[in-house]
Design a protein around this ligand. Structure first.
Ligand code: MN3
Length: 194
């Protein structure tokens, strides 16, 4: 059985980006529903007892969409909460060096990530990932798709499904994306690069 993780911050700690009501819906209803549907979909199957990453990869290769969609969304949302910080954080030294190597500058990276997040058509996710040869990439994934199935290591993600911003920003996705930069958990990115 998979469990909904607690948010790693207080739900009223970043109201400019997501209000307590926004987190109540996004975490307490949307993410919770993925976990509940995942548990229902794997009940009585060989998926029980496997770790989440294995469930995602196996269901993807078996094209078991009920298991894949809900397990990937469980991972993606858990990783999204870890990507956020209530306080504005300074970027770590290793992260800044790697970003400068791959995107010329932090400003250029933010611009490209913002463009990817605002231009993704329909529901999905924008990611910063590390490839197996150590390069950084910005990735867009649709619906539940996740870099794990492409063998890429997630470093940071932003949920751009409409349910992520509709309560606080209505249809204004670019305003939501702009506020993300106040709440990036750069400490986590730095840890994951080590
Ligand atoms: Mn979501």
């Amino acid at each position: 059985m998979f469990e909904l993780p607690n948010l790693p911050f207080a739900k009223d700690s970043m109201p400019d980006f997501c209000t307590a009501e926004g987190f109540d819906y996004h975490h307490g209803k949307h993410h919770a529903a993925y976990v509940n549907k995942l548990n229902a979909a794997i009940e009585g199957t060989d998926y029980v007892g496997k770790d989440l990453e294995e469930v995602i990869k196996t269901s993807n290769s078996e094209k078991n969409m009920a298991v894949f969609n809900n397990s990937a969304q469980h991972f993606n949302h858990s990783f999204f909460w870890e990507s956020l910080s209530p306080e504005s954080q300074a970027i770590g030294g290793k992260t800044l060096t790697k970003i400068a190597e791959n995107f010329e500058s932090l400003e250029n990276f933010k611009e490209k990530f913002t463009t990817a997040a605002t231009s993704l058509f329909g529901s999905g996710w924008t990611w910063l990932v590390e490839t197996s040869d150590g390069k950084l990439e910005i990735l867009q994934t649709s619906n539940a798709n996740t870099p794990l199935t492409e063998g890429k290591k997630p470093l940071l993600t932003l949920d751009v499904w409409e349910h992520a911003y509709y309560i606080d920003f209505r249809n204004a996705r670019p305003d939501f994306v702009a506020k993300f930069w106040n709440h990036v958990n750069w400490k986590m990115v730095e840890e994951r690069l080590k």
